[in-house]
Design a protein around this ligand. Structure first.
Ligand code: MLT
Length: 286
């Protein structure tokens, strides 16, 4: 039987997964996966906006938020197995998967292995390319800086890159909340996840075989994953839409919630009104 609420937990593989599950029982399920190093609270405004019409679920990835770290090595494959196990525990199939950045990496790895789990994908501020040697090097440096200087210094550096310069000054509440999410993540999880991100494989090949509608969104001023890399990802699918969220850095769902939620709602309406959308591959939702 389904349990509804914001502070739920379920045993999956070697971990206890913390999650929220809201909205009507029979409504189409939409599942949200957060980026690094955040937690499911980053999706609060999307859950609120959709919960009257959709079953909305957000969970904390292994080691993040209130989910335990378990004993397995961290990797995108492990995170993907956790996702699949979580879906099984909740008896979910044919979901709309929404992932930002690392959440997108997990969805891409999972959709390639188990395409039938998904009815659609929203991939925000993410890419299918692996880390370049420079990016790997930066991760190694970040690990040593966290170990030497601690999390607070790492959080202060990170928030400057995560938000656009305008949001950094105008959206103080969001900046504070993201900083808090980083600071409450353990050193162990930060370092193990940075290593997992550096070791992730490319997921671009064969994406055209996925026929579900995919919405790729990029933040206009994303300094972490350039809009071009997200556009390249959108081009790999056979049925995709690419949208750029204005006045936004890496965290478009928080920096321009109005635009982000508007495009997400439009996409969901398109999927659940099949007559209008069937067989139509367009570049933009509007
Ligand atoms: C994220 O937001 O998940 C990270 O920026 C992903 C990455 O660093 O590749």
């Amino acid at each position: 039987m389904r349990t509804i609420g914001e502070n739920l937990s379920v045993q999956v593989n070697d971990i206890t997964v913390a999650y929220s599950d809201l909205g009507p029982e029979t409504a189409p399920p939409v599942i949200f996966i957060h980026g690094f190093p955040f937690n499911r609270k980053m999706w609060d405004l999307q859950l609120e906006a959709l919960k009257n019409n959709y079953r909305v679920i957000a969970y904390d990835i292994r080691g993040h938020g209130n989910t335990t770290a378990g004993i397995k090595d961290f990797s995108i494959e492990t995170f993907s197995e956790d996702f699949t196990g979580f879906m099984e525990k909740l008896n979910l199939t044919e979901v709309i998967g929404c992932g930002l950045s690392m959440g997108g990496y997990i969805l891409l790895a999972t959709a390639k292995k188990s395409p039938t789990l998904f009815r659609g994908l929203l991939l925000a501020s993410t890419q299918c390319m692996p880390d370049s040697p420079e990016a790997k090097n930066k991760r190694t440096k970040a690990i040593s800086s966290i170990q030497k200087q601690g999390i607070e210094a790492y959080a202060d550096e990170s928030i400057k890159k995560l938000f656009s310069s305008k949001s950094f000054t105008a959206r103080k509440g969001e900046v504070r909340s993201i900083r808090e999410m980083i600071c409450t993540t353990s050193v162990d999880t930060l370092c193990k996840t940075l290593k997992a991100l550096a070791e992730r494989k490319e997921t671009c090949s064969d994406l055209h075989e996925l026929t579900i509608p995919v919405l790729v969104m990029a933040g206009e001023e994303d300094a972490i994953i350039a809009p071009d890399a997200s556009e390249f990802l959108a081009e790999q699918f056979s049925n995709s839409f690419f949208e750029v969220i204005s006045s936004s850095g890496h965290l478009s769902n928080l920096e321009n919630t109005h635009e982000f939620n508007g495009k997400l709602k439009k996409y969901l309406e398109m999927i659940y009104t099949p007559k209008e959308s069937r067989g139509v591959a367009r570049q933009h939702l509007y």
